[in-house]
Design a protein around this ligand. Structure first.
Ligand SMILES: Nc1nc2c(c(=O)[nH]1)N(C=O)[C@@H](CNc1ccc(C(=O)N[C@@H](CCC(=O)O)C(=O)O)cc1)CN2
Ligand SMILES: Nc1ncnc2c1ncn2[C@@H]1O[C@H](COP(=O)(O)OP(=O)(O)OP(=O)(O)O)[C@@H](O)[C@H]1O
Length: 201
């Protein structure tokens, strides 16, 4: 298997698949997703929850943001110049700027932003996922670099992938830097990862 080619081809197919869903499917899926994330057994009662501003056909988090308890503070990612993601609280009406990919992000100074380590939960957009809660992202390495500390440290932050069921594949190619998710939520299923060391034989 040659991972770069596999990943690029798979990314293209799965991105087309998520973009091809109808508006009706997207609205219903975002509602179900919100219930599934709020129903996660490990969801902390309070703290920062990192979401994202959906683009490129990603499953929306608007329903989740509206239903969060006041004790869970919704944040959006910011691209930091060191190559990692930072996060800042964002509510409808707060100022936004556009990043290099054209994605809106909160208009805060880098010094005022939070780190991934400060989040209680990160809900991450997926291009693809498999039954073992491995993820395929956009390929910029932003999430993998920002979450590398989770290789030798348990949750929190809890890592939750959000996707349409159509983005599930049998098995993803794996790289040493890939950070496994603690759960994946899609409109019709919640996958919980087995804790490290407790995987089935
Ligand atoms: N909604 C959302 N926000 C996010 C991410 C994401 O995947 N989705 N990210 C997840 O990492 C980070 C941004 N990373 C990204 C990496 C690549 C591309 C992307 O569109 N690449 C284009 C080419 C873009 C260009 O260079 O102009 C492409 O591959 O077609 C976008 C975002 C942080 N915010
Ligand atoms: N911890 C890390 N340190 C340095 N570079 C990293 C790290 N993690 C990932 N990268 C780089 O990021 C690039 C993209 O990784 P990959 O293709 O696995 O992205 P992905 O699975 O789509 O996830 P992401 O959402 O993080 O982009 C790789 O070329 C890799 O070299």
């Amino acid at each position: 298997m040659s991972p770069p080619i596999d990943r690029a081809a798979l990314r293209k197919t799965l991105r087309e698949r998520r973009r091809s869903l109808s508006p009706q499917q997207r609205i219903a899926a975002a509602e179900s997703l919100a219930e599934r994330v709020l129903g996660l057994p490990f969801l902390p009662a309070a703290g920062y929850l990192a979401g994202y501003w959906a683009m490129d056909g990603e499953i929306g988090l608007h329903a989740l943001q509206l239903r969060l308890p006041a004790s869970l503070i919704y944040c959006l990612p910011l691209l930091h110049e060191d190559g990692s993601l930072r996060f800042a609280p964002w509510r409808a009406g707060d100022a936004l700027v556009t990043n290099r990919y054209g994605i809106p992000e909160p208009d805060v100074t880098p010094a005022g932003a939070l780190r991934a380590q400060d989040m209680a939960v990160l809900v991450m957009p997926l291009v693809g996922f498999d039954a073992d809660c491995h993820r395929l992202g956009m390929g910029g390495g932003w999430y993998d670099r920002s979450l590398a500390f989770r290789h030798d440290r348990p949750a929190p932050p809890w890592l939750v992938g959000a996707a349409f069921a159509a983005q599930r594949v049998d098995a993803l190619p794996r790289e040493a830097w890939d950070v496994r998710l603690d759960a994946v939520c899609c409109e019709d299923d919640t996958l919980l990862a087995h804790p490290a060391g407790q995987e089935p034989a």
